[in-house]
Design a protein around this ligand. Structure first.
Ligand code: NI
Length: 268
């Protein structure tokens, strides 16, 4: 499986649980837009088999290399970004929950999930096999949700891509990210955050906005169904770094911290 095939598989996996992607594509295609993905973001739990270093390996083997490390102290996450020499391939942003920093029951509940992963699963299998573990009891999801929205999301959906990101630099019919946000709101899509609903600025090199995650019916242990937020779509506009005259290639921690909240049912 080459780099393009890997991204294609992850894309299909993402679209399958993100009903808002198709209408947003239709909206952009209706204006004649063609665009690539700025980045994809993966969520995982720390650990020798599941941690970000393990999940990065399939990408590193296919030509991605690390570009930065990030910490989100309050959410107890750490993350690393990767870029590919081919500019048509998305950056990859992998975050992991520092499970051991939580009090019980979080470490115990997460350990229970990780123990159910098939013992022969390689990092590539973890990226592609569904489900990562059998359906979680709804009570476990609720218990994790009280302590970490990120942990709850992962328990339900497994290790997978949480969002793809439209490269706003590729768009030609919008006057910046404000204009795109306005078109999305006018079409009925709820965006994350308040005010301008944009994280970052030209000064820091990156402006980002995101939809609020789509609620979808999801099956928990025992066949119990509940409607919970799945994935969101993100929009990124990169600016030229005056020192290098190249587009800014990294991520802005304070912006990403807010974007993580696009899946938080307890807000908005
Ligand atoms: Ni993102």
């Amino acid at each position: 499986m080459d780099a393009d095939a890997l991204i294609e598989r992850l894309w299909r996996d993402y679209v399958a649980i993100t009903p808002q992607v198709e209408p947003i594509h239709a909206l952009l295609a209706g204006r004649g837009e063609r665009f690539g993905n700025d980045h994809i973001a993966l969520r995982t739990f720390e650990g020798p088999r599941t941690g970000l270093e393990a999940l990065a390996r399939p990408f590193e083997r296919r030509g991605w290399s690390a570009t930065g490390d990030y910490r989100f102290e309050h959410k107890r996450l750490r993350a690393r970004s990767y870029s590919h020499a081919r500019e048509d391939l998305p950056r990859v942003f992998i975050s992991e929950l520092c499970t051991a920093q939580f009090d019980e029951p979080v470490p115990g509940l997460v350990h229970g999930l990780l123990a159910q992963i098939e013992t022969d699963a390689s990092p590539l299998d973890l990226l592609l096999r569904r489900p990562t573990w059998p359906p979680v009891p709804y009570a476990t999801y609720r218990s994790l949700l009280e302590r970490s929205e990120y942990a709850a999301w992962l328990s339900a959906f497994g290790i997978r891509v949480n969002h793809f990101t439209v490269s706003v630099n590729d768009l030609s019919t919008f006057d910046g990210l404000d204009d795109l946000n306005e078109a999305l709101r006018a079409a009925g899509f709820a965006l994350n955050g308040t005010g301008r609903q944009i994280q970052g600025s030209p000064d820091v090199g990156l402006e980002q906005s995101s939809t609020v995650a789509s609620p979808i019916p999801w099956t928990f242990a025992g066949g119990e169904q509940h409607t919970i937020p799945s994935c969101y779509y993100e929009f990124a506009l990169r600016h030229r770094d005056p020192n290098t005259d190249r587009l800014y290639d990294g991520f802005v921690t304070s912006s990403a911290d807010k974007i993580f909240e696009s899946t938080d049912v307890r807000r908005g």
